[in-house]
Ligand binder design. Structure first.
Ligand SMILES: *[C@@H]1O[C@H](CO)[C@@H](O)[C@H](O)[C@H]1NC(C)=O
Ligand SMILES: *[C@@H]1O[C@H](CO)[C@@H](O)[C@H](O)[C@H]1NC(C)=O
Length: 141
């Protein structure tokens, strides 16, 4: 029974495309080698560096990764800028620099891609379940 619950939880994790912040003491963690591919995102002076890792724990144990996103980096568009999970609405300005925010798979819209246009990337990212943004207005299909 316990095992079944665990499996169910893991399947959910894999399908969820969630963003998880690394703990500040990530380097101290003991990690399993089980494969739950994540895209590890580090923040550099000129943007985000994305690297595949075996799982969230291993990504965080490197020390440079700020947060991870479920799945391989290539499952997301190359120009995608992932939303930092520590971002809060109060930190957003009203600057107008249109940005298109993309929801994770938990949001079912009638006509994919599921996205929302915002005044800037910060505002897009503080919308529930938006996981990445792409500069500019949302493309019309
Ligand atoms: C995306 O999906 C899951 C639900 O399936 C949710 O729990 C998660 O927090 C969502 N959002 C982000 C930003 O990770
Ligand atoms: C991620 O893994 C795929 C193969 O599974 C590889 O083609 C790709 O170059 C890797 N990308 C990064 C950013 O590590």
């Amino acid at each position: 029974m316990k095992r079944l619950l665990l499996i169910a939880a893991l399947i959910c994790l894999c399908a969820c495309q969630s963003i998880q912040q690394c703990p500040t003491d990530g380097r101290m963690m003991k990690c399993s080698l089980q494969e739950y591919p994540v895209c590890g995102v580090s923040i550099t002076y000129n943007g985000q560096v994305k690297v595949n890792f075996t799982n969230h724990c291993i990504a965080c144990s490197i020390g440079k990764v700020a947060f991870t996103v479920d799945g391989k980096c290539e499952e997301y568009p190359g120009e995608a800028k992932f939303c930092h999970p520590a971002l809060a609405k109060s930190q957003c300005s009203n600057e107008y620099a249109p940005s298109c925010g993309y929801f994770n798979k938990s949001v079912n819209c009638l006509v994919p891609p599921c996205n929302v246009e915002s005044a800037n990337a910060c505002q897009a990212c503080t919308t529930n379940n938006v996981i990445y943004t792409i500069k500019g207005k949302c493309a019309k299909n």
